[in-house]
Design a protein around this ligand. Structure first.
Ligand SMILES: [Zn+2]
Length: 121
């Protein structure tokens, strides 16, 4: 499964643990710059990559159709219970963003999109 997400991240030489490397989101890197993306590195693990991409506005803007696909995969996987919680916690983090007006707007539409999917299961 991990290989599906490989094209969305850049795998770093730095090790997260004995058998996993860190990676950064390429959409974040291309938008915010590499040094900023490096601050938000995460272990290259399917769950972690998926979690990041789901709440990544840059990924959403860059690959809207893949973003939808990702959410559809997620709802098929039966993880919708956790979805609400994750959105709330990522929203809290986003509040520190400088472009708060823009991100709260798109977060609103993303939330309603997720609610739409969840309510259609
Ligand atoms: Zn990202």
């Amino acid at each position: 499964m991990s290989s599906n997400y490989k094209r969305f991240v850049e795998i770093l030489p730095e090790k997260a643990d004995n058998w996993r490397n860190y990676c950064i989101c390429t959409a974040c890197r291309d938008t915010n710059g590499r040094s900023d993306a490096l601050l938000k590195k995460f272990p290259f693990k399917t769950e972690r990559v998926k979690n990041h991409l789901k709440k990544c506005q840059h990924f959403k803007n860059k690959h809207p159709e893949l973003f939808v696909e990702l959410l559809e995969l997620e709802t098929e996987g039966g993880e919708s219970n956790e979805l609400g919680e994750r959105v709330v916690s990522s929203k809290r983090l986003r509040r520190e963003s400088t472009s708060s007006a823009y991100s709260s707007l798109s977060w609103g539409s993303m939330c309603s999109f997720i609610l739409f999917i969840v309510s259609n299961i």
